[in-house]
Design a binder for this molecule. Structure first.
Ligand code: ATP
Ligand code: MG
Length: 345
């Protein structure tokens, strides 16, 4: 095959691509293939240059019988691994095999995330379900005539069932928030009203936890375009966390301020800070905090009935409003969760 023509065709391919000749040498490669596989590969034997056995097998077989083949190639890009779907196809009756590398890392990651998510959900549901099944067995057997035990077990069963109910509720609201991620909110709302009513609704929760919840509303806050129900959910999650993790006899402070030009948004925006004086968060955990089911202290969070989905929901809602969330915290220093929202998303 004319080497110039071969080279120009490979140069026009938008993926890393190379050609292996009938003499088993790499006849040509485009620039993307050279940066993926090494600059000196052309004219060398493909077996010494490509090395990964699955890829070598495919090329060898296609050279022999000209049938197309597909395989995987594991690459390395800076500090992360990449996965390529590789196709080997015979180029007419030239005896050459054209090898193309398609980067499928993002796809693989997405399907890995989906698998992890299903595994996590199953695990989260199985724990309370196992407890329920255990208690049902006990109530049918050993505790059949023990009214005191029955009352106690039914109480536990109720709280386990409530946890499952919360988990399903949170999963549904996560999927709802995700599905309207691309739809911008359209209603004019008063953030001051939303925040005041949220704080008001949480006062009993704070009292029960022996926490003082303070909100000093500013005199004037401009109205904004937002989804009031979703923002109520954001502030409920953040204030509930501050109450839960801030601990007894502490204060949780909520502040609201508007700025003509917020530095994080480079536009007019409002900023809500929720501050607690609890144990704080090790900065090492901060980047992962909004991942689904991520909890710093699994046991403690579960004990408090947490599903580990609160901040994931918060993140999606803020994202839909084109806002930002900032967390400032250190061990022993309490934590401040800041939500910065543009007046017009
Ligand atoms: N104010 C805070 N102080 C210390 N740790 C916090 C604070 N807020 C959140 N965290 C940590 O972040 C984790 C994730 O929070 P998130 O709200 O997503 O889940 P959760 O509170 O465990 O459960 P859920 O909110 O779904 O009931 C918590 O388990 C906790 O470890
Ligand atoms: Mg929470």
């Amino acid at each position: 095959m004319d080497p110039h023509l071969l080279q120009s065709v490979l140069d026009a391919v938008s993926l890393p691509a190379l050609a292996v000749g009938p003499d088993e040498k790499i006849a040509a490669a485009n620039a993307d293939a050279l940066s993926l596989l090494g600059q000196g590969i052309v004219t060398r034997n493909y077996v010494t240059m490509l090395r990964q056995p699955m890829l070598l097998d495919s090329i060898e077989s296609t050279l022999r019988d000209t049938s197309p083949r597909e395989t995987r190639y594991l690459g390395h890009d800076g500090d992360h691994d990449t996965t390529y779907r590789v196709t080997c196809r015979a180029a007419g009756d030239s005896g050459c095999v054209i090898v193309c590398f398609d980067d499928v890392t993002a796809l693989e990651q997405a399907s890995q995330m989906r698998r992890d998510f299903v595994a996590n959900v199953s695990h989260e549901l199985r724990t309370p379900l196992t407890a329920l099944m255990g208690f049902i067995e006990t109530l049918q057997g050993p505790a059949r005539d023990d009214t005191a035990a029955q009352t106690r077990f039914l109480g536990i069963m109720q709280s386990e069932a409530a946890r499952m109910n919360r988990l399903v509720g949170d999963l549904l609201s996560l999927s709802r928030v995700e599905s309207d991620q691309r739809v911008r909110p359209t209603t004019q709302i008063s953030l001051l009203d939303v925040l005041s009513s949220t704080v008001h609704a949480l006062q009993p929760v704070a009292q029960k936890a022996k926490v003082t919840l303070v909100f000093d509303p500013p005199d004037h806050v401009p109205t904004m375009i937002a989804d009031a129900d979703q923002l109520r959910q954001v502030f409920t999650n953040l204030i509930e966390n501050a109450i839960k993790y801030g601990g007894e006899d502490n204060t949780v402070q909520v502040t609201l301020a508007a700025a003509d030009r917020d530095p994080a948004l480079r536009a007019a925006g409002v900023r809500v800070d929720v501050t607690d004086h609890g144990p704080g968060i090790d900065p090492a955990h901060l980047p992962r905090l909004t991942e689904r089911f991520y909890r710093i202290d699994n046991h403690r969070s579960r004990e408090m009935g947490g599903t580990g989905l609160g901040l994931a929901i918060v993140k999606h809602i803020i994202h839909r409003h084109r806002g930002r969330m900032r967390v400032t915290s250190d061990l022993g220093q309490g934590a401040t969760f800041s939500v910065i929202l543009p007046l017009v998303p």
